[in-house]
Design a protein around this ligand. Sequence first.
Ligand code: SAM
Length: 300
Amino acid sequence: SEVEVSDYAAPRYVRVNTLKIGVNDAFEVLSQFTDVQYDDMIPYLLVLPAGTDLHDHSLVLQGSLFLQGKASCMPAQALDPIPEWEQVLDACAAPGNKTVQLAAIMKGRGRILACEQDRSRLKTLKKTVELAGASNIEVLHQDFLQSNPFAAKFSKVRAILLDPSCSGSGTTLHRLDNLLPSFAKGQLEEDKEKQRVECLARFQEAALRHALSFPAVERIIYSTCSINKRENEDVVASVLPFAHAHNFELATAFPEWPHRGLEVVDGAHHLLRTDAARDKTDGFFIALFVREQSWPSSLA
Ligand code: SAM
């Protein structure tokens, strides 16, 4: 199939780092040389014409603006942590775009625990935190799956952002790759990809169950930049009984967004999908779990 160029003429997004600059001030600076609009869903996201290149702009170099797509901004915004919360956990944090977005949503208050397993990606995470000027982030070099939810240091974690490793099939580059004619992709490669996705999905399920086990948590976002059912709705379906047993329910992230989950799981209308070609932003998946009641005493 042919790739329509218009499919990829997506607008550019910049997330204003409100720890460093006001949204209106950033708007004013950018509007001096290009068309700028406010995004209709995320109050600190600005929309620029397709092809705008801001890599070398001083506001980007100094960490006042982050080149972060709309879909990538949606998970932390949907988690919606309140600045009064003492602890929020970013379970799979590097390179840290969403970590520093959380820090800004929290207005620099509370404490964000940013967990990352990979040593070299940890360095990138630390650089992102420094660039953003966020002082309420504690970086933890840790395998999230090995963290003890009942440890005293996590006792006040009220929200978890779980954005684990995924196939990345929702990103534009992968999408282009997926559109290659089948003769360009051997059967062997397809089998390997299937196995990789299955492996990732099992990790994602384990990580989501682990997140649901933190005793003080009230809100959890599970997000991927994958468009595969196996990494998205199937992961949600497999943990739902565990979630219900721990008093979590699915809730609707961005109710105004028209594109919801595939109808293969109870509560698919709560889930959110973005699609690169249709929505002109990367393909993402978001599930929001909310717990109203406190931890059941039988499980404490
Ligand atoms: N949320 C990040 C952002 O917006 O910048 C992107 C996260 S990326 C999709 C997933 C990250 O999780 C990778 O940096 C990976 O090294 C890390 N990771 C994978 N398995 C992990 C584990 N068991 N514990 C902690 N981090 C893990």
